[in-house]
Design a protein around this ligand. Structure first.
Ligand SMILES: CC(C)(COP(=O)(O)OP(=O)(O)OC[C@H]1O[C@@H](n2cnc3c(N)ncnc32)[C@H](O)[C@@H]1OP(=O)(O)O)[C@@H](O)C(=O)NCCC(=O)NCCS
Length: 203
């Protein structure tokens, strides 16, 4: 019998509901990505309390208080943030260095990846390593055929992280952010085809 499944047949994926699994721990070469826990609140409040970071994200407030950190962690634990939300930690030491997530973007339900890294650890490839792991997970365990991301037009670092993952620019938009008000953003997407093609290229 001829097997009619090929790499463009995703029906087996579509039967799986997004985020039906508990958030699995992800280990990369240098990082461990795990769910944030209540004990992270103090450290999270310190490294997230940066205008430079908050103004590049849609939802982070500035200043970022311990209560903001604790409330966010609580929201994740209560399932109020639908998706996989990760504390990005250094594998060898356990040090929290940032956050990375793939979540449902209301109201469309599209999957969107987001990340930030504490200022002291920029330029070491951690955001790329974390985003790559989370993108892989999302394609592997959900039925989605596309993952979206946004980057402010004034954020070349984030643009570079996305382009390296194979994301392509869809166009420009404007969004209301908590810390910076209304800002111009570039919208990106990564299709399952392009993700698979990237995997094939990387061997
Ligand atoms: C964007 C951010 C997550 C990047 O974190 P990071 O760990 O430093 O990222 P990486 O080291 O993996 O990659 C950064 C890339 O930007 C490049 N880069 C750095 N400064 C740059 C600049 N001024 N112009 C262009 N590219 C730049 C780096 O060379 C690197 O690319 P490379 O690996 O091809 O050399 C971090 O700067 C951050 O948290 N910013 C604030 C929050 C934010 O922007 N979040 C994303 C919201 S869309």
């Amino acid at each position: 019998m001829i097997n009619t499944l090929n790499q463009h047949d995703y029906s087996h994926h579509e039967e799986r509901r997004a985020f039906s699994l508990n958030t699995p721990v992800l280990a990369t070469e240098r990082l461990v990505l795990r769910m944030p826990v209540h004990d992270d609140a103090d450290e999270l409040a310190v490294i997230a309390n940066s205008r430079e970071i908050a103004e590049m994200t849609a939802r982070m407030p500035h200043p970022y208080t311990r209560a903001d950190a604790a409330n966010y962690i609580q929201a994740v634990h209560e399932g109020r943030v639908e998706g996989y939300v990760y504390a990005v930690t250094i594998a060898d030491t356990g040090r929290l260095v940032g956050m990375c997530a793939v979540t449902n973007r209301p109201p469309s339900g599209d999957l969107e990846v987001g990340y930030w890294i504490g200022r002291a650890w920029w330029g070491k490839g951690y955001a790329s390593e974390a985003a790559g792991a989370v993108v892989d997970l999302a394609f592997r365990v959900t039925g989605t055929n596309v993952i979206y991301a946004g980057s402010r037009t004034v954020n070349p670092r984030s643009r570079q992280v996305l382009v390296k993952q194979g994301f392509e620019l869809m166009g420009l938009d404007e969004i209301d952010t908590v810390a910076a008000g209304r800002v111009a953003i570039e919208r990106y997407r990564l299709t399952r085809e392009n993700w698979l093609a990237g995997k094939a290229r990387d061997g």
